[in-house]
Design a protein around this ligand. Structure first.
Ligand code: HEC
Length: 96
């Protein structure tokens, strides 16, 4: 099961690379968003990041939380991929 998820994520990533190489706007599909949307929308939606009583109040806290949820869901992201997601969430929602 985990292998399939891993494989489908890799396929999605490959697809986005192909799309960006072929000139379809890569800006619409940032890598961090792709990783996030593949793994992170089963328990909470994006509204979780903008709710009033949110848990995260700084960039280090955001890094910690992303790593925590990543391990919880079993996403096999390396440090660079994890940072892409942190940047995606920070740019799109938290803005520290
Ligand atoms: C297994 C369920 C689950 C999955 C999947 C999950 N999360 Fe979470 N996440 C939680 C829970 C539970 C909280 C804390 C909610 C609370 O205490 O109100 C949370 C909170 C967060 C927060 C803090 C929100 C705030 O209040 O500021 C961030 C950021 C976050 N998750 C990122 C991620 C990312 C990135 C992923 C994908 C790797 C992910 N989550 C996947 C369960 C999950």
């Amino acid at each position: 099961m985990r292998q399939w998820r891993w494989l489908s994520m890799r396929c999605a990533v490959l697809l986005s690379i192909c799309l960006s190489v072929s000139g379809v706007s890569a800006a619409d599909l940032p890598y961090g968003k792709l990783l996030h949307d593949t793994e992170c929308l089963t328990c909470h939606k994006e509204t979780h990041y903008t709710r009033q009583q949110r848990l995260v109040h700084s960039l280090p806290e955001l890094r910690k939380r992303v790593a925590y949820c990543r391990d919880d869901v079993g996403a096999e992201w390396d440090a660079a991929e994890t940072e892409e997601v942190v940047q995606y969430l920070n740019t799109g929602y938290y803005r520290f």
